[in-house]
Design a protein around this ligand. Structure first.
Ligand SMILES: *Cc1c(COP(=O)(O)O)cnc(C)c1O
Length: 465
């Protein structure tokens, strides 16, 4: 294995010298502004951090997202545009078949976005007002939006601090006679512990809707996530690993359920009815959340690369994780033993302020960006936000729930998730596109972290003054 970072996290001197020589030149040009002590230690992590005026670890651009290759991707889309058939028709059906095949699931229904995939799935599993749905707090707001859209009550279950996923050990304590469903979210594209979740669901007769909106082609025991529960939901929003701009899908092996989902996304017209046919007669109450033909054409083009890209993300994530292991104060994610493939929509680790001489995470993120490494602190705490209060104060909720269940202060207190609160303070994320380049891109990330770690006291001091 090629190694540019030594055991203790210090970059290999050759690469670093090439990079640091720029800092030296800059130092000479700046003259007295750069102290001799800073320019003397030009090697490796001792080099001056970019945030303190040194040469950044990286100036090169990162892999752009989404990737669009006109030679191979464009014809399909142009054909659809020229055909004039833009509303849902055969290309959407083809995309659904391809997506189901990619997951090894019987059926797939394409819809406008991941949020509405979740709304449709919950609705057609008969989730309704008064039902309690077990959800993790470490997720994108859309998971909760879908629960509220169906008039149901989200009940937050704390995360496993190592995997960041909903903690199966904490599920049963939250089950009441009103509990109807578990919504595991394979957050960041790392699979949740599906064996244990499915066992608990079976024992308590609960439905399972997997939010796999970040977990395209991720696997648990060689089975694709999104195919364990009664339904799996995916997003094809622009940032997602399969990008269409907007788009989503519900998948399931249950034909009757999928027929109902199809009807629901098309005004309740019977399954198999052509979109746009007005005389079919609706058999059930529905809505309209249909994908367009040109969106499906984009999806078909990009789907061709998804498997190879997923392999690249897994390889780079494993390599980066191995490089970060040796840096004090950096604790990468853990995967459950049964996970055979991640999607790595994001690459996360926990940052320990204490191990970085008390340098706050925000200052660390800023120093990383100065080194040319984009990063973020990820989610903030979700289960105390005002959108929940707003829902509880709505007429629909006021008319349907006992007053005491809608007391926001009590709700927040009952739903506290201390592990999630800690993670929200400590997490650092890199986005999936950064995992698509060469291995040396990972070396740059590790080198930047090591450099900041070595110089944490100086950066902290400078941030204060
Ligand atoms: C993106 C996302 C959604 C919603 O998907 P959209 O296509 O953006 O509506 C739902 N859940 C999670 C976890 C997501 O990341």
């Amino acid at each position: 294995m090629e190694k540019n970072i030594s055991q203790n996290g210090a970059p290999n001197p050759r690469r670093s010298f090439l990079k640091s020589s720029g800092a030296l030149t800059a130092g000479l040009l700046l003259g007295s502004t750069l102290k001799a002590a800073d320019t003397f230690h030009i090697n490796g992590s001792a080099a001056t951090p970019a945030i303190l005026g040194g040469d950044p670890v990286r100036r090169a651009a990162w892999t752009k997202w989404p990737i669009w290759k006109p030679e191979t991707d464009e014809q399909r889309v142009v054909d659809v545009i020229r055909s004039g058939i833009w509303s849902r028709a055969s290309v959407v059906t083809e995309f659904e078949k391809e997506w189901a095949a990619a997951l090894g699931v019987k059926r797939s229904l394409a819809v406008v976005n991941g949020t509405n995939a979740l709304v449709v799935a919950l609705n057609q599993l008969h989730i309704k007002t008064g039902d309690e749905i077990l959800v993790p707090p470490y997720t994108f707001i859309a998971t909760i939006t879908a629960v509220l859209s169906n008039g149901a009550m989200p009940v937050f279950v704390d995360i496993d601090p190592d995997t960041y996923q909903i903690d199966p050990a904490k599920l049963e304590a939250k089950i009441t006679p009103r509990t109807k469903a578990i919504m595991p979210v394979h957050i960041l594209g790392l699979p949740a512990d599906m064996d244990r979740i499915m066992a608990i669901a079976k024992k308590h007769n609960l439905v399972v809707v997997e939010d796999a909106c970040q977990a395209h082609l991720a696997e648990y025991g060689h089975k694709k996530v999104g195919t364990f529960g009664n339904a799996g939901c995916f997003s094809f929003q622009n940032s997602k690993n399969l990008a269409i701009g907007e788009g989503g899908a519900v998948v399931s092996d249950d034909d009757a359920f999928m027929d109902r989902c199809f009807s629901y996304q098309n005004y309740g017209y019977p399954y198999g009815t052509m979109a746009g046919v007005v005389g079919a007669g609706s058999t059930m109450q529905g809505t309209k959340v249909r994908l367009t033909e040109y969106q499906a054409a984009i999806g078909l083009s990009l789907l061709k690369r998804l498997d190879a890209e997923t392999t690249a993300r897994n390889n780079n994530a494993a390599y980066l994780k191995s490089q970060l292991g040796g840096i004090p104060g950096v604790r990468p994610y853990k995967l459950y033993d049964k996970v055979t493939r991640g999607a790595f929509h994001l690459f996360p680790f926990r940052y320990s302020e204490a191990a970085f001489k008390g340098l706050p995470r925000e200052a660390f993120l800023k120093a990383m960006r100065a080194e040319g490494i984009p990063c973020s602190g990820g989610y903030t705490v979700l289960n105390n936000q005002l959108f929940l209060k707003d829902a509880f104060e709505s007429k629909a909720y006021q008319n349907s729930y006992p007053k005491e269940q809608l007391n926001f202060e009590k709700y927040v207190a009952d739903n506290r998730c201390p592990e999630n609160e800690k993670l929200c303070k400590e997490a650092v994320w890199f986005t999936q596109n950064m995992l698509l380049g060469p291995k040396t891109d990972m070396d740059d990330i590790a080198a930047a972290i090591a450099r900041i770690q070595k110089n944490a006291d100086k950066i902290k001091l400078a941030a204060k003054t």
